[in-house]
Design a protein around this ligand. Structure first.
Ligand code: PHE
Length: 345
């Protein structure tokens, strides 16, 4: 009888040994240890034995059961470790493979120019002012010395929203807001960059939307020479050292005197080329001394203070600086065009 026990035990151990995965092992466990399994069946045979053999037999079956169950547990653990290792191997990530590259946008060329101008003026102690693009006629025109029937209104074809509300035609509107806010207190030293709108037909050099940056300085003894020095500094920083500027008389209702400002051509150094149309000069901005009437309307005493103002078109600066020949490129947003500016970022 005890041979039977040994036989069952060695068969069980062999089956355990041969089980190649967890399912197979579970089957072995069922075959030998479940209620109707072979080892409990041996136990049941005990009742047919003579009384004196029962204890030894029972003990042997118990030992057999314990050894088989220990072997099962041990094997189970081994198979589980192997299964985890296999899973890890299968799901292994090769971290040396190059990743998918994510395309990152670049700064818009106009933003690059705006930032450059802002940094320059911040360095000279100017502050940066902001204002609304949807503006009141009052700030865009009235306070800037352009009353209702003034012919200068025709210079800037305006998008009106209602008779008193418009899309600002120049950043001068922000200057007027700042002058009003100052309540006659000087000094004022600020620049106001921003989008402006005019009813222009779009072509290579005109756009119904464009960007300006205006500067305004008001204080005691501010002169045209201060304006010239400031603009010379700007021209040298934006277009390279050695630039000269010249003033030509002009007209703006909010400045007196008013000037048109040319910079010596950065492409031919003033000798004459096709960019400057042979003249050696390129017009870059309008400027002048703040009109005494504008100072007065905004609560300043023109006998005690004076000021200069200038306004530069940022597209024009960007076109000259980066050699762009069609203003529409700034607004079409062709990624191939925009991508070219990542090296300036
Ligand atoms: N506002 C003028 C324009 O839009 C530019 C300018 C600003 C001229 C300040 C003189 C002084 O053309």
């Amino acid at each position: 009888m005890s041979d039977r026990i040994s036989e069952v035990q060695s068969q069980a151990l062999e089956a355990i040994n041969n089980a190649s995965d967890l399912n197979a092992l579970q089957e072995v466990r069922n075959t030998y240890l479940s209620k109707k399994g072979l080892i409990p069946a041996l136990m049941k045979e005990m009742k047919d034995l003579p009384k004196e053999e029962k204890p030894a037999f029972g003990q042997k079956v118990n030992v057999c059961k314990q050894e088989v169950s220990e072997a099962l547990d041990k094997k189970q653990q081994e198979l589980e470790v192997a299964a985890t290792a296999l899973k890890l191997e299968k799901e292994k990530i090769d971290i040396t493979l190059p990743g998918d590259s994510i395309r990152i946008g670049t700064s818009h060329p106009l933003m690059l120019i705006q930032k450059e101008v802002e940094d320059l003026f911040l360095g000279m102690g100017y502050k940066i002012a902001e204002g609304p693009e949807v503006e009141q006629d009052y700030y865009n025109f009235e306070l800037a010395n352009i009353p209702q029937d003034h012919p200068a209104r025709d210079m800037q074809d305006t998008f009106y929203i209602d008779p008193n509300t418009l899309l600002r035609t120049h950043t001068t509107a922000m200057q007027m807001r700042e002058l009003e806010k100052a309540h006659g207190q000087t000094p004022i030293k600020l620049i106001c960059p921003g989008k402006v709108y005019r009813r222009d037909d779009d072509d290579a050099t005109h756009s119904h939307q464009f960007m300006q940056c205006e500067g305004l300085v008001v204080g005691e003894h501010v002169t045209l020479a201060d304006l010239k020095g400031t603009l010379e500094f700007l021209a040298n920083k934006m277009f390279g050292e050695g630039r000269q500027i010249r003033f030509r008389p002009s007209y703006f209702p909010f400045t007196e005197p008013s000037v048109e400002v040319d910079v010596s051509c950065p492409f031919c150094n003033g000798k004459g080329c096709n960019v400057c149309k042979g003249s050696g000069w390129i017009e870059i901005l309008g400027a002048g001394m703040v009109h005494p009437h504008v100072l007065e309307m905004n609560g300043f005493d023109p006998d005690k203070c004076s000021g200069f103002a200038f306004g530069v078109g940022l597209e024009r600066v960007a076109m000259l600086k980066y050699g762009i020949n069609d203003i529409r490129n700034f607004y079409i947003n062709d990624a191939r065009f925009l991508k070219m500016f990542d090296r300036f970022d």
